[in-house]
Design a protein around this ligand. Structure first.
Ligand SMILES: Nc1nc2c(ncn2[C@@H]2O[C@H](COP(=O)(O)OP(=O)(O)OP(=O)(O)O)[C@@H](O)[C@H]2O)c(=O)[nH]1
Length: 378
């Protein structure tokens, strides 16, 4: 089902003579639990004019799209996907809508550099990420996944994390956590919120939507990839991952900070001192991980120095599916250590630590299914 809209309504204005139809189109996903402030945040971003070249796809469950009406007061470039949820029935429609948006942009000669996709509050981001990361037709048309922005209600989120599976999964898959309603929450509540977020996602930077420059940091500035030290500030409450206690360990020894458990979901980070990994070792480790945990893995991200060919790569897994490692133009920070974050349900820290031994494998096709087989091949 394609949304009903006309291209002039989407883009407005006249054709841009500088428009380059081959330019890549970055797709950002804006998600977060029901009422957590997605539309309010998007509205502010559009109103404050930072969205040139941005089209918006809004997904609402139900026959009447309210959010679209609110947003269309501030921007013309809105498409609505309604009567279903993107993560369930509308994944195919998303694919078609993206291609259709691009085709119409080309016909109209307007630049679309970015598409912001606002999901319903109940959406699980994983199926949407699979479309954006895994579709060959979308990638050959220049579409790529940008950032997953997740709104987190400072008043309600700690409780939602305890009760709502959707909130847990949304937070786990976030690249950026946008903390809303900090004006309503008290300081102890914000501290409790950070505690709740720590175990679910230790790598996504957190920004208070009500702080100065928040919009730019949430939507525009590059997202730090696994900075060894992350400092996040929400309403004056500083949460710091202390470098002193941070991982600085050799030989696949690891640090797993704050392995809080929320409904069985934990996040573990591992830093590795020893240099390069053969692609066969990376493949063996992914195979081992998926074989052990399957769909209990929610999200995996990593930075590695690969050999043969020698290159730095960013790996991404969503659920039990790993995408081809993406080459990095530049290593994202001064810390040259490889690192990986695994977020999932009922993961065993000791098992994860041991599994990293698979990274030492250098022979293609050597795919141990469990730790016992790994011991035999090492
Ligand atoms: N005080 C305060 N209210 C907020 C803030 N952000 C959002 N709200 C209010 O929270 C309510 C829900 O916000 P929405 O932006 O509609 O939330 P949503 O996530 O789009 O909601 P759904 O589409 O139902 O999932 C609205 O009344 C907003 O005005 C905030 O930072 N502070």
């Amino acid at each position: 089902m394609l949304p009903q809209f006309s291209w002039t309504r989407i883009m407005g204005g006249s054709a841009d003579p500088m428009f380059d139809p081959t330019r890549p189109i970055v797709c950002d996903v804006l998600t977060g639990f029901l009422g957590s402030g997605k539309t309010t945040l998007l509205n502010r971003f559009l109103r404050e004019g930072g969205a040139f070249g941005t089209a918006v796809i809004v997904n609402e469950v139900g026959a009447v799209g309210i959010d679209q009406l609110i947003l269309s007061r501030v921007a013309e470039n809105i498409a609505l996907l309604e009567s279903g949820c993107l993560c369930c029935s509308l994944v195919g429609a998303l694919h078609e809508t993206l291609l259709d948006l691009k085709r119409r942009a080309q016909e109209a000669g307007h630049p679309v550099e970015r598409i912001l996709i606002e999901t319903t509050g109940l959406a699980e981001p994983a199926p949407i990420l699979h479309v954006l990361l895994g579709s060959k037709s979308l990638s050959s048309e220049g579409f790529s996944l940008g950032r997953v922005i997740v709104t987190v209600d400072a008043q309600m989120a700690a409780g939602q994390i305890a009760r709502q599976r959707e909130t847990v999964r949304q937070v786990a898959l976030a690249d950026v956590l946008a903390i809303t309603k900090t004006d309503l929450a008290d300081a102890p509540g914000i501290v409790a919120l950070h505690g709740a977020l720590d175990g679910l996602n230790c790598v996504a930077p957190r920004f208070d939507v009500n702080a100065g420059s928040a919009l730019s940091r949430i939507f525009v500035e590059p997202v730090p990839k696994f900075a060894a030290q992350m400092v996040t500030s929400v309403s004056g409450a500083i949460h710091e991952i202390d470098e002193g206690s941070a991982p600085n360990v050799a030989s696949h020894r690891h640090h797993a900070h704050d392995a809080h458990v929320h409904g069985g979901v934990t996040s573990y980070s591992f830093w590795m001192d020893e240099g390069e990994v053969h692609p066969a070792g990376l493949a063996a480790w992914m195979h081992l991980l998926v074989n052990e945990y399957g769909d209990r893995i929610l999200r995996c991200k990593g930075l590695f120095h690969l050999t043969e060919p020698q290159r730095d790569v960013h790996i991404q897994g969503v659920g039990s599916y790993f995408y081809a490692p993406a080459p990095l133009d530049t290593w994202p920070d001064e810390d040259r250590r490889a690192r990986v974050v695994v977020i999932g349900e009922q993961l065993d820290e000791a098992w994860l630590q041991a599994s990293l031994g698979a990274l030492a494998i250098r022979e293609s096709g050597l795919l141990p299914r469990n730790l016992q087989e790994l011991c035999q091949v090492l």
